[in-house]
Design a protein. Structure first.
Length: 239
């Protein structure tokens, strides 16, 4: 019997609507207004991919990510834990980090961001908060990350809240969009949630992928270029 995939929401927050409001604050305000019981259990990866500078990349990932019940010694490897999770794309993303024993100040932005994303997906949480997750990633790494993210959401039923430098990149995937503005009369932040019709998005992806099947190039940093996104399974809208 095939394992039933869990439905999930992918919610894109429009950045222009409240430029002076931090995305983490927007995410938390949204959950509060949606009457999500608090405090919410979430993992958060900021746009920079912030890490602790005095720890190695491996130690940053392992911190708060490996359950204490399975790490009887410090030599229990992060690699063992990743393999046990069964997400092949997350394992591939981790393997792309070639300098795992180096500290963040000694590696480039892409390596730091990849490390932070692996850590964010490893943490046990009901919600994943991502601020511009594609920033600093090259095309191939983004494709691997996207597959790892999709796999995890389907397996866990987690809800993803994100902002993006390239909102069009996420359009085929999102189930809701959120815009926000400050009320001129009260000064309070107002959120507007719009459901997106999810039925056509698989067809959209397949059409774009077919158009660029020969190149297989994923372009996500140029607003005038088409986007090729890895093929997705059918998405069931969260009830």
């Amino acid at each position: 019997m095939t394992k039933k995939e869990r439905s999930t929401d992918i919610i894109l927050f429009e950045k222009e609507s409240a430029p002076n409001t931090g995305c983490l604050k927007q995410f938390l305000n949204f959950l509060r207004l949606q009457k999500v019981p608090g405090p919410p259990n979430f993992s958060f990866v900021d746009a920079k991919g912030s890490l602790l500078g005095n720890l190695s990349l491996r130690e940053n990932i392992a911190l708060d990510s490996i359950p204490s019940t399975v790490s009887a010694t410090r030599t229990f490897t992060l690699e063992d834990h990743l393999k046990r999770l069964g997400n092949p794309h997350l394992w591939e993303l981790y393997q792309s980090i070639k300098l795992v024993d180096h500290r963040p100040p000694h590696v480039d932005d892409m390596t730091c961001k990849t490390t932070a994303l692996v850590k964010g997906l490893l943490q046990k949480a009901d919600f994943i908060f991502l601020e511009s997750p594609e920033r600093y990633l090259d095309q191939s790494l983004f494709k691997v990350f996207l597959k790892a993210l999709q796999y995890q959401l389907k397996e866990t039923g987690q809800t993803l809240l994100l902002t993006s430098d390239n909102p069009q990149l996420w359009q085929p995937l999102i189930t809701k969009t959120v815009s926000s503005r400050k009320c001129q009369r009260t000064g309070k932040l107002e959120l507007k949630v719009r459901d997106k019709v999810c039925i056509p998005f698989k067809e959209q992806i397949q059409q774009v992928a077919a158009k660029h099947a020969s190149s297989g190039v994923l372009v996500f940093n140029h607003p005038k270029k088409d986007i090729v996104i890895p093929k997705l399974d059918d998405h069931k809208k969260a009830s």
